[in-house]
Design a protein around this ligand. Structure first.
Ligand SMILES: [Zn+2]
Length: 134
């Protein structure tokens, strides 16, 4: 009987205690559990957010140093070796038979093993689309 009630009532998202009877959309056993859960959720989000911004900044400075040295092509493993995180970009689109990626104002294409056409966009930013030129 008790087990059946647990199934119906669910458990607190924070502490895992069986929820008291109440509204069916109840997620927490108490206000303090609710507060603690939201505090932790926000903390986790802020950590992810800061890591992502750091990765984007690092990616941009790596691309920027390549552009400054006139390097327009580099092997994917070499760029990875330098610490580039391919999952951290600011936009992506299909450009002909290749995918074009952008990290702020620098764009590049990727084939199976190479990053190529690394270049600064002619128009660096617009508020909505970051880089507007085709
Ligand atoms: Zn709780």
């Amino acid at each position: 009987m008790e087990e059946r009630n647990e199934e119906v009532r669910g458990r607190c998202l924070e502490c895992g205690e069986v929820l008291p009877w109440g509204r069916s959309d109840m997620k927490f056993c108490s206000q303090s559990c609710r507060n603690r859960w939201h505090y932790n959720e926000d903390g986790r989000f802020q950590v992810i957010r800061k890591k992502t911004i750091r990765s984007l900044d690092r990616n941009h400075s790596l691309l920027d140093s390549l552009v400054a040295r006139g390097i327009r092509r580099i092997a994917v493993p070499d760029l990875e070796q330098m610490g580039y995180k391919f999952e951290c970009i600011t936009s992506y689109r299909k450009a002909g038979k290749h995918a074009e990626y952008r990290c702020y104002d620098i764009r590049y294409c990727v084939s199976d093993s190479n990053v190529f056409k690394i270049e600064r966009c002619r128009q660096p930013y617009s508020l909505a689309g970051l880089c507007e030129d085709p």
